[in-house]
Ligand binder design. Sequence first.
Ligand SMILES: [Zn+2]
Length: 1076
Amino acid sequence: MIRLNRQVTVFGSAIFCVVVFSLYLMLDHLQLDHTKSPNNGGDRLQNGQLSILQGKIDRLERLLAENNEIISNIRDSVINLKESVKDGGPDGGNMSQGPYPELLASPPLVLPIDSQDCQFAAREFSKPADGVQLLDVYDLLTFDNPDGGVWKQGFDITYQENEWDSEPLQVFVVPHSHNDPGWLKTFDDYYRDQTQHILNNMVVKLHENSRWKMIWSEISYFSKWWDNIDDQKRDAVKSLVERGQLEITTGGWVMPDEANSHYFALIDQLLEGHQWLERNLGVKPQTGWAVDPFGHSPTNAYLLKQAGLANMLIQRVHYSIKKHFSSQKTLEFFWRQNWDPASSTDILCHMMPFYSYDVPHTCGPDPKICCQFDFKRLPGGRVSCPWRVPPQPITDGNVQQRVQMLLDQYRKKSKLFRTKVVMVPLGDDFRYTEALEWDQQFQNYQKLFDYMNSHPELHVKAQFGTITDYFNALRKSAIDPGHTGPSLPVVSGDFFTYADRDDHYWSGYFTSRPFYKRMDRVLESHLRAAEIIYSLTLANIRRSGKRNDFPAVENYRLLTEARRNLGLFQHHDAITGTGKDLVVIDYGTRLFHSILNLKQVIVNSAHWLVLKDKSAYSHNPSKAFLQMVSKKKHWRFNFSVETRSVVIYNPTEQDRTSVVTVYVNTPHVRVVTDHGHPVPAQVSAVWDEPTTASTELSFIAQVPALGLGMYQLGKAASGGAETAEYVFFRKSGELSVNVKHFTVNIPQDASTPLSIHNPHLQRLKLKEDGSEHQIKVEFAWYGTTSNRDKSGAYLFLPDGEAKMYSPAQPPVIRVTKGSVFSEITTTFDHVTHTLRLYNVQGVEGQAVEICNSVDIRGEFNREITMRLTSDVDSKDRFFTDLNGFQIQPRRTMAKLPLQANFYPMTSMAYLQDPGTRLTLLTAQSLGSASLKSGQLEVIMDRRLNQDDNRGMGQGVLDNKVTASSFRLLLEKRAKTDGKPSALSYPSLLSHVSSLYLNHPLIPMAVSTEAESLSLSPLSPLASSLPCDVHLVNLRTIQSKVKIFVFLHNTFFSFLSVEHKFSKVMTALLCSHSHCL
Ligand SMILES: [Zn+2]
């Protein structure tokens, strides 16, 4: 038998390699059109669908026999969903009858957990993948930057004339046009001015010559164009696709950023694109094309592989890595996940060797030569060659000489690769807008190819190709069974942080425009919550068979629009914060509208689900049944009637105990469950100014997984919510506090040493062994260098180390003490910093919550950083996540400039030594670093006066007051750190804490008019899903029955060799209190 702690260990380790469980519910038109849907057939149909669903899950169960328990757990949950839907009558979802305990009526169903359960990844159970590990490459390289000659960042390439005598060089020239869905212009303006013309010309020109080809990536543009063209043109496009002249590459809604994007959104935009393609063109993309994202993540490689792609291409990789990979001929490799012990995650990847994806940097090492083969730059045109040698039109007179020049470049390029197949992209940003440009490029190249191909002594076969044409030839030569060529290496790791030249590291965009990075995540959590509750509602409606006017079609439209707006924002100039101001506003407006719309979807669905008598349902948009409770001051509960009902939606797959806060117009309130049991509650001040306040109510709500809980708020003269008490400090100066209802204490002796690090959180205690750890929170400023090239939206070029923040005025420090939460708020000129502790059993009580509200609008060329300094002996190592999906170990290196040691942090970063791990969980993507042992810092906002010469043409001066949220966890480890490993995993606790941080409970107020209707809570699952299973989404898909159970189970299958999940473990509710 294996000891419990080991099971937990492995659990904790496995969890982050997420078990992704996506259940697609059906939404066909018949179901949507309820007025036409015959009621009597509803049950049969519903049963049919559910049995299909069960059938699929049964089949999956057989396929994944080794993961029996996990699968059956999910199956039970799904079957239970059916049961609870069936029993949707008066008893359905009665919390007191289900396995879910009523709050405080009985102790929570939390199993006693050994304190060791909080440990994590104490043992490595998987070996790092074989082959090249990027961490090792970083150790190896000197990162010097010598002049490489014509190929500045490379080296001289030589070859023998006879090298291709036995096997000719195969050249695939791949025409492409890079269309940013927003950058210098908005998405719509680019479409109107450029993109539609590119696509229109494409249809005409590719039909002129069957040898001419083109690739296209951004489905956001393609689908917009498709909506605007007639059937005849659509048929012409289809025939181009069928003939292989037009290839859709990647097929995502956009070409996403790979640093700041969360995997939920990466999947969203990929699904949206792929489903569009399936519906309209009937194609499945085979090859990924990512020429512009600023660094590359293995998460994206994994998602592409899972989406059925076989090949991918990347471009923006550090120039020193490119040079090293070129010299080792490892530019083409199988990209394998760090955590994959076998080869199941391998995807064939081509890394472009040179500086850029434009024509001068793609035909070969010498841009001066290659530029002469960009026929858009022919003399007389709007663009020219900066190397001052223009292209010449190809004629009978010069073709031989021009072929020699170009072939020389092709041959040199091919020497960087292992096979005799070479790929040459031919395009740039928004290329091929005009018919003339098509003719210039295609006709001149065709003459060059015709000459090459008709001269056997050149030993070359050149042609236009799509990127998959190229990969097919490569596979024939080096991969397919029976090939005679070389084999390709395996590479693991990521390609951050990107530098394109000198010390120009692109770590600025990890934080640029943080307001929108936060908004992105707010939209994400709303979208997920809305998708899930909408799908549950449709299932319930079908089951009920009741005629109704639920706005299913309209809400599906809002969901689709939100998916697309979220998808659009994953573009590598959107979430990155690298678009022009007006483009940023366009994105922000889209995000904001979708957040509002999704709130509508959530309240509409919850309305149906909480009604006891479904026949009482009626949809009236002008008279809201439920209203989203906002923590904004304009919305508050007022008690004109005796009691007000609150419906609380828990979008997580865990039964959950969390604090819910609403604004109230009186401090005399009580909260009870729907069974009348009182609930712990606290009335606190809402500080309009640091020292004047109105009131809010916080209470501890317990809501079942994916369920709806009901609470009643009522006036209470006594015995209601406790009022928080306040203590104010200020080092010097008068302090007057203006507040009713609350006890306020202002100690006369303000000589307590107060600085930006908060003395109340200097010590974090590990309860179980009594050890104390010092953690200091500080703020600091970075400036920008005095050199010519300065920090901008992309680049971080600091003026040396950060300087400690020293406020002009001593801060006001406010300490709140309450029964539900306590907090310390420190108000500086630029930051309002709050540390909060929840007095809640379970996950919420385990972490310190940090909220910063940052305002640097009065500054110039400054960036503000939050720095945690601890006694964790982390040395030069730390860990950041990639896309919220996996952990990448990092090493801070003195041989690199400061800005190179910053990495993207999407969901967490941590430090550890053999005894302790300190994890910072984040609710928004930001840049982070660990510049000294024990230190972890996060750039909160940046305000920069100038452009950094990457094309955007402006500084970053549109800063907003930006709130960002974090949680800090301190956990015990029991491990001797040996050799640095390429593997690390977050603990189970940090995983669930991250889930809670990103997906808060959603409170909704029942309108006063609706209080007379009878409502019941909903508990759709029999119990929480196991803590190590994350329900990524429950996404309704129009048009066909489609049920995917998408399990990322690498670790589970590996793990099953070692042990079986015990009943004890699968019953774990993730609620324990032994760790901090
Ligand atoms: Zn781009």
